[in-house]
Design a protein around this ligand. Structure first.
Ligand SMILES: Cc1cc2nc3c(=O)[nH]c(=O)nc-3n(C[C@H](O)[C@H](O)[C@H](O)COP(=O)(O)OP(=O)(O)OC[C@H]3O[C@@H](n4cnc5c(N)ncnc54)[C@H](O)[C@@H]3O)c2cc1C
Length: 330
């Protein structure tokens, strides 16, 4: 954010919640962005509007923006907005090594050996990676109340912390909806549970060869916990992109099929969730759409060299994507 707000044509409004988007008379363009800012209503307009509220809130914003021209919600003639809500099947697993684990930054290792399945499983199982290192305080939250501090210290010092991810599948019945009061509701049933159970079993089978306790601390040798829905950490899919306007809300540039100036650029564009953390894909897609917008505006990215009469005006603040810094008049 900091490099972006250095530019004189960028303004960051904090404590500003977009409450709805209003289209023009044709219904083809967003004309007003209505904002609640500290209890007061403000409105903004722009040639191009980019929504990026996250998978639950972007869908909710479009649904709250239903109007005569868009009775089903803005950009929702396909009825997919809010649907196909996905959130990975994730489990945190703490294994206890026989030798101390002195690693401080262990979240640098992942393995995809079971991503597409294994000899005994035709189902794709997913991805295993290390988590940030547990300490006594983290363990305290999941331990029995009477667990002695020394035992927690031992577990923390010897812990190998894993994060397991199995793909969640896009099901139209798993969806975000908004009630008359504007409150968000989430309907979600996990269906791809068998591969996740098998992935957990794979990891548990590896503990012996890895030098971990298997039975000496029966309750704690493996603490596994599937992250509950309220975790919402990897949610995506509610404003999916695609080539068919009947089955997707956005085109491949993340522009709404139904509107000319509305883009949605966050994790809601995912048509499937894969089985790896979504952050980098979300960011890469935002950069890709940024390049598309530069092209649409007749501008250029700083990284791509001089084009269309635009040059980089400020090398100190130049960023590789998304900055249009100055126009050279002939
Ligand atoms: C605890 C945790 C750990 C995670 N760890 C990882 C990880 O290690 N690796 C990884 O790849 N991913 C990780 N994720 C997932 C990752 O953070 C998300 O996938 C990613 O942030 C989604 O990006 P987004 O742009 O879709 O939404 P967000 O990052 O949620 O951004 C949406 C923004 O819009 C704002 N907003 C919402 N509604 C409105 C509104 N109406 N008006 C104005 N503003 C609004 C929100 O305040 C927020 O700032 C983690 C998530 C959590 C919660």
């Amino acid at each position: 954010m900091r490099p972006a707000i250095k530019h004189p044509n960028v303004t960051l409004r904090t404590h500003a919640r977009v409450t709805r988007l209003e289209p023009d008379a044709s219904g083809r363009s967003v004309k007003r962005v209505v904002v609640d800012r500290g209890g007061g209503e403000e409105s903004y307009s722009a040639d191009i509007v980019v929504v990026s509220c996250g998978a639950a809130n972007s869908a909710a914003l479009l649904l709250r923006s239903a109007s005569e021209a868009h009775p089903n919600g803005l950009a929702n003639s396909s009825d997919v907005v809010g649907r196909h809500y996905m959130a990975h099947l994730n489990s945190a697993v703490i294994a206890i090594s026989r030798t101390p684990n002195e690693t401080r930054f262990q979240k640098t290792l992942g393995l995809n050996d079971y991503y597409w399945g294994d000899q005994d499983s035709e189902l794709p199982l997913g991805h295993i990676q290390m988590l940030g290192k547990s300490d006594r305080d983290i363990l305290r939250t999941g331990a029995p109340r009477f667990a002695p501090g020394l035992a927690l210290d031992y577990v923390a010092r010897h812990s190998l912390d894993f994060w397991l991810t199995t793909e969640d599948l896009p099901d139209p019945a798993n969806r975000v909806t908004v009630d008359r009061g504007g409150n968000i509701h989430l309907a979600k049933t996990y269906r791809n549970t068998e591969p996740h159970t098998r992935l957990l079993a794979k990891l548990k089978d590896l503990l012996g060869p890895m030098g971990c306790h298997r039975v000496t601390i029966p309750r704690w040798s493996v603490l596994s916990q599937q992250i509950p829905l309220a975790g919402i950490a990897h949610n995506c899919g509610t404003v999916r992109f695609g080539t068919d306007p009947r089955r997707s809300a956005l085109n491949v540039n993340c522009k709404a099929h139904d509107l000319d100036n509305l883009y949605v650029v966050d994790a809601s564009f995912f048509p499937s969730s894969s089985a790896v953390n979504p952050g980098l894909t979300t960011i890469a897609n935002a950069l890709r759409v940024g390049d598309h917008l530069l092209e649409r505006l007749g501008a250029r990215s700083v990284a791509s060299g001089e084009r269309n009469g635009l040059v980089q005006a400020d090398t100190q603040t130049a960023q590789p994507h998304g900055t249009v810094l100055g126009r050279v008049e002939p």
